[in-house]
Every structure is written in structure tokens, then in C-alpha cells.
Design a protein around this ligand. Structure first.
Ligand code: SF4
Ligand code: SF4
Length: 80
């Protein structure tokens, strides 16, 4: 049966994505992208976010959920 997968990153729980990044490392499908935000010219970014930009490639292995120390990732599956 076809399913729709939605990968959710909960920013309130992932306080310093630049110091962790475990979800990025374990995902075999490169679903996540880390973006710098609050940028100013010639300075280090002040903050980062993780965006599941390529969630359509998720194979539901749940490695990201298992590795995240802060329960900051949800994988939702809906039958279509
Ligand atoms: S469940 Fe697996 S494939 Fe999907 S986002 Fe997480 S690590 Fe990547
Ligand atoms: S594994 Fe969890 S805490 Fe670490 S960067 Fe990813 S979402 Fe944030």
C-alpha cells in the first residue's frame, strides 16, 4: 500500500545543531540539510537549522530517530 512519509525536525528540542549533526551523519539517504541562519557578512553564522529537504527519499530506517539524543525528529507515515 502506498504511504506518504513526513520527516519532522523539532527545532525547540535541537538546541545546537552545529555541535551535534548526528542525524545528518546516519541518514543513508541524505534527507537532512543544515543551513546557517542569522548571517552577517564576514562573520560566523549565529545559528543553524536542520531541514528535511529531501524527505521524499526517506526509506523509513529510523536511524535518525534512534541516534538523536533529544528526541528532536519525528517520522510520520500516512497510508494514501
Ligand atoms: S528514517 Fe532513515 S532515511 Fe528517513 S530521514 Fe531518518 S535516517 Fe534518513
Ligand atoms: S541528532 Fe537530534 S539533536 Fe542532533 S542535530 Fe540532529 S536533530 Fe539535532
Amino acid at each position: 500500500m502506498p504511504v506518504k512519509v513526513s520527516v519532522e525536525w523539532i527545532g525547540d528540542k535541537c538546541s545546537r545543531p552545529q555541535d551535534c549533526g548526528k542525524c545528518l551523519e546516519v541518514c543513508p539517504c541524505t534527507v537532512f540539510v543544515r543551513y546557517a541562519i542569522e548571517r552577517e557578512p564576514n562573520k560566523e553564522p549565529k545559528n543553524y537549522v536542520i531541514v528535511p529537504s529531501f524527505q521524499r527519499f526517506c526509506i523509513l530506517c529510523r536511524k535518525c530517530v534512534e541516534v538523536c539524543p533529544n528526541n528532536a525528529i519525528n517520522i510520520n507515515v500516512q497510508e494514501t
